[in-house]
Design a binder for this molecule. Sequence first.
Ligand SMILES: [Zn+2]
Length: 149
Amino acid sequence: MIVFDLQCGNAHVFEAWFGSSSDYESQRARGLIACPLCDDASIAKAVMAPAVAAKGNRRDVAAPAREPAALASGGTAEPMAALLKAQRAMEAQSDYVGGRFAAEARAIHDSGEARAIHGEATVTEARALIEDGIGVLPLPFRPLARSDA
Ligand SMILES: [Zn+2]
C-alpha cells in the first residue's frame, strides 16, 4: 500500500491509499478518484511541504500542506475546515498529555485547577470521567501532538 497526498481542482488536499503508484495513475485516468470535500475529479498529487524533525524527536512536525486550503486562507466556507481550525485553536490553548488524559483530567478536577488539556482516552475512561461529573469532549480530528507518532 502507498499513501499519496492529493489535491483537487479547488485546492483541497486529502490523503488516499493505493495498491501501487500505477493503481493511482489508472484510477485517476478513469476519473475514479474524487475529492471527499467537493467531489471534484480533477486530481493531482499535492506538493508536500518538507517535514523536518530533530534527531531523537519522535513527535510529528506539522506539514502545512496537509491542512485543507480553506484553513490556510482563513476562509470558513468549509464546515470541516472551520471545525479543524477550532480544534487547532483549542490545542494551542491546552496542554497535550497523551495517554495520561484520564488521570490528568481527574487530578485537575480534584484540585480545582483551571487548566485545559487534551490527549487520548478510551471510551471507557471518557464515560467514567463524564459519570464523575468531569467535563470532557471528543475531538473530531487527531491532535497535532500525539503519543503514537
Ligand atoms: Zn475539493
